[in-house]
Design a protein around this ligand. Structure first.
Ligand code: ADP
Length: 469
């Protein structure tokens, strides 16, 4: 059984212990992840700190290393994707897409030129320029739902901007990230990229380390709030990409046969384990019955299975805790009178599978509607007045994404503007445009990732002000 090592200061190292990582489709061990000791966390940060000055000084070397990283990912796409599929559960073709997306992200930053410094004043008395400086050591802490692309979206811009990095993947899916470290070992100078693994306590030690100047995090709201509070001690900068409870609003003129497939995948892609998946579906009462029928038909022909089976459309939940949470939400919804139109059960056999489930008969006040389910269960709620639907969509501490579905684009756009969400779509959901910043309103996050704003989050401003004789 393969043991996956940590990458610290350019060396692969075993941890103080090795943790078995289970395949959620079979509950069999996929491999063992090294767990970083307290001393190894310190060592990784010290290595990143030591490597910083040299790395920050040579933008051309940074771009060529990023180009090389893209090539390494492309050469090893199959191996990385199979490991993602096995430890995370998703169909292999989507894991292949994830690795291709990560390689494209490295390519993008390899070619990217940071905008020039802004010259504020340049005359006989003074030269005043606004420049950007990297922070130094960045800590990247990532979740288990899309492990490689979420890491590379942090890693590539952070390194391009001149920072060095210590990354910690989720304890549920550490293997693909540790494999990435092994493959990239000789691409970056020693200490520039360090990969450690372990549970939340390792993340906590890393995030509180005094040499870490910036934390970039994707994960739950609860952990995001702890990081925010912990960062106050020495005013570390941080970017938080947290959960969502995205509403989709289907207006009375929507074309149900034309949009049902997109709505279904907007909610169920990756078995619903996406921060900005559709998690509440509001539909005009005239279309309620036809939308339920279309979603049920689609759910019932969905192939659930092992991600390595090419016919699989939906894999299992990634870990037992998540399965138990989804089951508990469905059980609670039943006690509140929910109608389960299809699904609602864990199928027989091994693995953390749950049937794609369409629910109605519940609304605000029931956990399945109010909270983030992060699983293959979609509550559908009828509305009569669109103003009421907008109010319900916005009555949430979350504000990540939201969408409006209508044949009237102008009206859809006007409603999208009124939805309190960092990503507001019309006639689509989940679509991420390269170059667009991603970020949540309210409790869904802090700051932006992606695009120029996301890039700039990995540096801080410095005003150079020179008096001329
Ligand atoms: P989930 O509960 O869905 O696993 P988390 O937000 O807890 O989501 O996990 C996201 C990432 O944050 C993981 O890498 C996890 O190990 C890490 N983590 C959990 N707790 C902490 C913490 N207190 N400080 C830093 N990182 C943490």
């Amino acid at each position: 059984m393969t043991r996956y090592a940590l990458l610290i200061d350019g060396q692969l190292q075993p941890g103080e212990q090795a943790d078995a990582v289970l395949d959620p489709a079979t509950e069999q061990t996929v491999g063992y992840a090294a767990r970083a000791s307290h001393a190894q966390v310190d060592e990784a940060v010290a290595a990143a700190h030591k490597a910083f000055a040299g790395w920050a000084a040579d933008p051309q070397a940074r771009r060529s290393a990023l180009a090389q990283a893209a090539a390494v990912l492309r050469e090893n796409t199959q191996q990385i994707a199979e490991l993602i599929s096995r430890e995370q559960g998703r169909p292999l073709r989507f894991a292949l897409g994830e690795v291709a997306g990560a390689a494209a992200t490295f390519d993008h930053y390899a070619a990217f030129q940071a905008p020039p410094a802004e010259v504020l004043r340049d005359d006989e008395q003074r030269l005043v320029r606004i420049e950007r400086r990297p922070f130094g050591v960045v800590a990247a802490i990532t979740p288990w739902n899309v492990p490689i692309i979420l890491l590379v979206l942090k890693l590539a811009p952070a390194l391009h901007a001149g920072n060095t990095l210590v990354a910690k993947p989720s304890e549920h899916t550490p293997l693909s990230t540790l494999l990435l470290g092994q493959l990239l070992k000789d691409v970056f100078p020693a200490g520039v990229l360090n990969i450690i693994a372990g549970d939340g306590s390792v993340g906590e030690q890393l995030s509180k380390h005094p040499e870490v100047r910036h934390i970039t995090f994707t994960g739950s709201v609860a952990t995001g709030k702890r990081l925010y509070a912990g960062a106050a001690d020495d005013l570390k900068r941080l970017t938080l990409e947290l959960g969502g409870n995205d509403a989709a609003l289907v207006l009375e003129d929507a074309d149900i046969p034309a949009i049902a497939e997109a709505l279904f995948w907007g909610a169920f892609w990756n078995s619903g384990q996406v921060c900005f998946a559709i998690k509440r579906l509001y539909v005009h009462e005239d279309l309620f019955a036809s939308l339920i029928a279309a979603l049920v038909a689609r759910a019932e022909k969905t192939r659930l299975g092992n991600g390595l089976d090419p016919l699989t459309e939906l894999g299992p939940l990634t870990n037992r805790q998540q399965l138990e949470r989804v089951k508990a939400l469905v059980a609670d919804a039943r006690t509140h009178g929910a109608i389960i139109h299809t699904g609602g059960h864990q199928p027989e056999g091994p693995g953390y599978f749950f049937e794609p489930t369409i629910v109605s008969g519940i609304g605000a006040g029931v956990a399945l509607v109010d909270e983030e389910q992060f699983g293959p269960v979609l509550p559908v709620i009828a509305f009569r007045d669109v103003e009421d639907a907008i109010r319900q969509a916005n009555a949430s501490p979350f504000g990540l994404g939201a969408s409006v579905w209508t044949r009237d684009i102008a009206r859809g756009e006007a409603i999208a503007r009124r939805l309190d969400a960092g990503l507001a779509w019309v006639n689509q959901h989940l679509e991420v445009q390269p170059g667009a910043p991603k970020g949540g309103h309210k409790s869904s996050g802090l700051g932006y990732e992606g695009g120029l704003r996301g890039y700039e989050a990995f540096s801080e401003l410095q005003v150079i002000n020179i008096a001329r004789p």
